[in-house]
Ligand binder design. Sequence first.
Ligand SMILES: Nc1ncnc2c1ncn2[C@@H]1O[C@H](COP(=O)(O)OP(=O)(O)OP(=O)(O)O)[C@@H](O)[C@H]1O
Ligand SMILES: [Mg+2]
Length: 238
Amino acid sequence: MITIQSVSKSFHKQKVLDDISLTIERGEIFGLLGPSGAGKTTLIRLITGAEKRDSGEIFVDAVSVPDRKVLQRIGFMPQNDALYTDITGFENLRFFGGLFGLHGAVLKEKISECLQLVDLSQDAKKPVSNYSGGMKKRLSLAAALIHSPDVLVLDEPTVGIDPVLRRKIWEEFDRQRNSGKTIIVTTHVMDEIQYCDRAGLIYEGKLIACDTVEQLRKMGKGSVENLFFFTKQGENDL
Ligand SMILES: Nc1ncnc2c1ncn2[C@@H]1O[C@H](COP(=O)(O)OP(=O)(O)OP(=O)(O)O)[C@@H](O)[C@H]1O
Ligand SMILES: [Mg+2]
């Protein structure tokens, strides 16, 4: 579904992504894990076309990105909420739905479905400036789902969300995956990896491992997190 081939990216001579190659299958939840500053957001931004790569190729269904048509099929939730704070949650969703050509009863129905999903139906008429951090995060997720995309690209979707809702949201990702959607999700919350089918571990711009979660656990002697420590250890030994 998504193929990343030898992708590199630098900012001001700092190599942020170094020769990343990986494939994300249709209908899987693929986790991108790594410590802060590892390069997760940069890779996500390259996939969505928000940032330009220096070298390499990225394909979504054999179409090289960025591509306008591909963009229509992607639901993107950025790490920093891209919401309009002076209008209500409902109005935000109406705006984003409109961008994707939804209108009338279909749009209304979709807005109410997405609001319900993220537990914001009661707060839909409040201006977003009055939302808490977690509420903004949830609205941002609803905005990513509004046009029923078949690929979801989610950058730390559960940060600032309480454990109960966090679980509910992951259950929804699970449902989305089971209905054939492909989900790429970044996190540095290690226990969230249990919900992923496969994961790629990024450390200082390099892909240090990419496999099924089960296999990664085995490689990390019981814990995926260990793989980061092993890599760090290896560096210290040099
Ligand atoms: N627009 C930019 N200009 C300059 N440097 C940048 C830019 N975007 C990212 N970087 C640098 O690239 C590196 C990777 O950043 P990135 O945001 O991809 O990390 P991350 O893995 O998403 O981290 P976090 O978990 O904190 O979100 C960092 O060193 C960061 O300072
Ligand atoms: Mg990030």
